[in-house]
Design a protein around this ligand. Structure first.
Ligand SMILES: [Zn+2]
Length: 290
């Protein structure tokens, strides 16, 4: 998994965009019916795991990501909340060099989602920058040492990622894209544009933004919810214990836990108003599934 970020949200689709979108939909959508946004999926810079995509690989990934759905790690029903990539492009900034000395190049995608009552909140979150980070999952055919070209999956050549050889940092170059599985929004709040983090393609990126006010608030709310639902589903566990258990989790894990607990709590004590709304939204969304 490598992660990128939302570049631009709430872009009104042009005719050209609509045509591309409508190639993917069951029925034609109008500009008013879709929400479109632009995301940087990945680039050719070395990530924190000492890996990078070859520039050539970005072109291959551009084709593979077309039509792929993005998942939102969201507290509501994830099934009904997805966006789809309808256009991709590889952009090169000749004025900027990567740490390997190549022109900075990134894979940019345009995605759409139908505007429905069910995803109003989500659209708001993207617009406000709360859901800014995007991680991608893909399968790469090769992972070679940048110094000697040895396949790092086969054997250890002795070169260490991050160390300098002949004036250049050593890294693992990922090439030969085989498949692109998914891309997803990481529920880590804004303030991270400056320091976009990436991790290797085989692991979920674990991103921490404790320094961001939004991050703190989001986490505090999730911890509160964890404690609340724990007290309903497991009456013997104190709020303090539940909070302490949840504190070390990654944002994705914490969301998973809250979601699971909420569902479990709902079956113990019917959380009427909230469940009723969620159900209704889920039902309404079904016809707009993309
Ligand atoms: Zn090597």
């Amino acid at each position: 998994m490598q992660s990128g970020y939302v570049l631009k949200s709430a872009v009104r689709p042009e005719q050209e965009d609509l045509e591309k979108i409508n190639h993917l939909t069951r029925r034609p959508f109008t500009a008013e019916e879709v929400y479109t946004f632009k995301v940087a999926l990945c680039d050719n810079e070395i990530d924190r795991d000492g890996e990078r995509f070859s520039t050539q690989a970005l072109y291959g990934l551009a084709d593979l990501f077309l039509g792929k759905s993005g998942i939102f790690n969201h507290s509501m029903d994830a099934k009904t909340q997805s966006a789809r990539i309808y256009d991709t492009a590889v952009e090169t900034d000749q004025s900027r060099r990567t740490s390997c000395g190549e022109p900075y190049t990134r894979l940019v995608a345009k995605a759409y989602m139908p505007r429905t009552q069910g995803n109003e909140d989500l659209i708001l979150e993207i617009d406000s920058g709360i859901k800014k980070e995007v991680s991608v999952g893909c399968s790469m055919g090769s992972a070679v040492c940048s110094v000697c070209g040895t396949d790092r999956r086969e054997k250890d050549c002795g070169h260490r990622s991050g160390e300098i050889y002949g004036g250049q940092p050593c890294c693992t170059i990922l090439g030969d894209p085989q498949d692109a599985y998914e891309w997803s929004f990481v529920a880590v709040p804004a303030q991270r544009e400056a320091g976009v983090t990436k991790s290797c393609h085989t692991q979920e990126s674990s991103v921490k933004a404790e320094d961001a006010e939004w991050g703190r608030r989001w986490k505090a709310r999730m911890l509160q919810e964890t404690a609340k639902y724990f007290s309903i589903t497991c009456p013997g566990v104190t709020a303090q214990t539940a909070q302490r258990m949840a504190e070390g989790l990654s944002p994705e894990e914490l969301e998973q836990v809250v979601k699971g607990l909420r569902r479990a709590a709902g079956s113990v004590v019917p959380l009427q108003p909230q469940l009723a709304v969620e159900k209704q939204r889920t039902g309404a969304d079904e016809s707009f599934r993309i």
